[in-house]
Ligand binder design. Structure first.
Ligand code: SF4
Length: 81
């Protein structure tokens, strides 16, 4: 039987530095949505210092990485936990 990894991804977003370009929402709308002020919010994010933090699914890793790479101000991080 194939071994199933229980590792998940941790997404971090430095929301205060967002410039509202919408790339993250367009790339991974299941994790980011623009708020009423036109800034991105990490869905179900909890505050962790200057970042908001939420879990991501490994199956979404490529799309999350695309959002990380696409953010013009480099304020999205993703790590395996
Ligand atoms: S890609 Fe970066 S700058 Fe653009 S909306 Fe998302 S967090 Fe903000």
């Amino acid at each position: 039987m194939a071994k199933v990894s229980r590792a998940h991804l941790v997404i971090r977003h430095k929301a205060l530095e967002c410039i509202g370009c919408c790339v993250c929402e367009e790339t991974i709308p299941q994790y980011f949505q623009m708020d009423e002020n036109g800034m991105a919010q990490l869905l179900d994010g909890t505050r962790e210092g200057v970042f908001f933090r939420a879990q991501g699914l490994k199956m979404d890793a490529a799309d999350i990485k695309a959002a990380v790479d696409g953010c013009p101000v480099d304020i999205i991080r993703v790590d395996v936990s």
